[in-house]
Design a protein around this ligand. Structure first.
Ligand code: CS2
Length: 489
């Protein structure tokens, strides 16, 4: 049999020089455990970590742990934990192999080993990209949803299956091992993510008797992460193979832009992420809010409107007549007055840059990918903007149009009648409420506003808001998104 045609250590010497890792794979010891081996993590944090180790050294290799998915861990195992990132510019692309992963594991396969890692003195930072739903929080209140799975993780000896359960088991073991302080850093698109993870862990730590130790030994740096990284497609794989001359089954493609703002609070030390371009700060929250409401809020807006109008990708949706104008009004009239941007940043200019990034034709970001998990994403992306504007006495009609589009989307059909997928942890509840309500715009609005983990009481009880939603849902249902936007332009 031929020597493997896969990317692995034996293949490195034959790779084009510009594509080789900046750190010698396997030389750095592990210092970080990362939960969630997403495409985003591989194209964002792992790249920063590789660049920082290349600039400043240190034993900060990453052990990447997948809470569930098998495919990417299997691919990495077959490739000595190597994979490539292809940067997709509007007029060209380039590929580099990343050597920052010390190991990759699946939680279900070896939970005890993952808990032992969290209790190891060598590990001083745990980072997470487990998506909004991985935290099992009630998005409206920020409190943990103590379902049977999480309860069993906390109250029995069975191997942990949930992310919060794993963290608590790991912290219990770390305290027993006296392994020193540790930072847990959420890198998910959640509002004040450090604060939120702290609240979750504090709550569960109190229930397990380690609250005092957690207070003294664990920090929760907040962070804003940013890079548009669509799901890998066959075209990503073939671009990587073309650049490397070997196959890479864990390849990812990403836009050229990337940014990372990190709260500098690492009691066990940290690597020189700043030397890789990350910004270390006392307070990342103004950045988080700007990014969540503007980038992610507009992403979701384009996703729901675009998917209903029958467009496959975000870039394609931005070519719908009237859509970019509607997004500019959303940014200028609703989002901008809802927040104070970081010093020196102008929200409208930031929004323009975001629209330009979304329009990158080399990025195949599916509208339905951004549209998934809407019940978990809408609160911080769109509803908080609406809440703030309603408290200021304004009616943010561009933001409410996004909610109306989501209300149409979750009914399962695009404007031309084709099915759109409802991929959401609340799918069953949403379908149940819709089935029990009259199939009219006001019936649908009424039914969905009753989802109390999505809509805060102040929104659900807002009669003027309800009236606008019914009007907008009626227009989209009757005329379709394309005509609604073209009419408004
Ligand atoms: C997107 C984000 O899929 C989504 O919900 O809005 O993943 C977005 O691409 C990133 O947050 C960009 O930094």
């Amino acid at each position: 049999m031929a020597v493997s045609d896969l990317l692995n250590r034996a293949a490195l010497d034959a790779l084009p020089a510009a594509t080789r890792p900046l750190v010698e794979p396997g030389t750095a010891q592990a210092g970080i455990v990362h939960l969630g081996v997403s495409a985003f993590f591989r194209a964002h944090q792992a790249v920063y970590t590789e660049d920082a180790m290349a600039a400043g050294g240190g034993d900060w290799g990453i052990v990447a742990v997948a809470p569930r998915s098998r495919a990417v861990v299997d691919a990495l195992a077959a490739q000595d934990n190597l994979y490539s990132v292809t940067t997709l510019g509007p007029s060209g692309h380039s590929t580099r192999v990343i050597g920052a992963l010390a190991d990759a594991r699946r939680l279900p396969q070896d939970p005890a080993a993952v808990v032992a890692l969290l209790a190891s003195p060598a590990i001083r930072i745990v980072t997470l990209t487990v998506t909004e739903k991985g935290y099992r929080l009630d998005p409206a209140t920020g409190r943990p949803l103590l379902d049977d799975e999480l309860r069993a993780d906390l109250e029995t000896d069975r191997p942990p299956r949930t992310v919060p359960g794993l963290l608590i088991r790991g912290l219990l073991a770390r305290r027993r091992a006296d392994a020193g302080p540790i930072a847990l850093m959420s890198c998910d698109n959640l509002p004040a993510n450090g604060h939120l993870l702290r609240g979750l862990v504090d709550h569960l730590a109190a229930a397990t008797g380690i609250a005092d130790w957690v207070r003294a030994s664990v920090t929760f740096p907040g962070t804003m992460v940013d890079r548009i990284v669509p799901a890998t497609t066959p075209s990503t794989l073939s671009l990587a193979e073309g650049a490397l001359g070997v196959r890479d089954l864990a390849a990812v493609g990403a836009e050229p832009y990337y940014a990372w703002i990190i709260e500098d609070d690492f009691p066990g030390g940290r690597l020189a992420w700043d030397r890789a371009g990350a910004v270390l700060t006392d307070d990342p929250r103004p950045w988080e809010r700007l990014k969540l409401r503007t980038l992610n809020g507009v992403h979701s807006a384009v996703a729901y409107l675009g998917a209903l109008a029958g467009t496959e990708t975000i870039a394609e949706a931005l070519r719908l007549p009237g859509l970019p104008e509607a997004m500019r009004r959303l940014i200028a009239e609703d989002i901008t007055p809802s927040l104070t941007p970081p010093p020196g940043v102008n929200t409208i200019a930031y929004g323009e840059e975001v629209l330009e990034r979304f329009a990158n034709p080399a990025i195949d970001y599916r509208t339905v990918q951004v549209a998934m998990d809407g019940s978990q994403k809408l609160p911080q992306r769109v509803l908080h903007t609406i809440l703030d504007r309603r408290s200021a006495g304004a009616m943010p009609v561009h933001a409410t149009l996004v909610v109306a589009a989501w209300m149409r989307f979750v009914q399962g059909a695009a404007d031309d009648g084709r099915a759109v997928p409802l991929d959401d942890p609340l799918a069953e509840r949403i379908r149940g409420r819709l089935a029990a309500a009259p199939a009219t715009p006001s019936g649908v609005v009424e039914a969905l506003l009753g989802l109390d983990t999505v809509f805060a009481p102040a929104l659900a009880a807002d009669a003027a808001l309800r009236g606008v939603l019914v009007e907008q849902l009626t227009a989209i249902t009757k005329h379709g998104v394309a005509a609604t936007l073209a009419g408004a332009a």
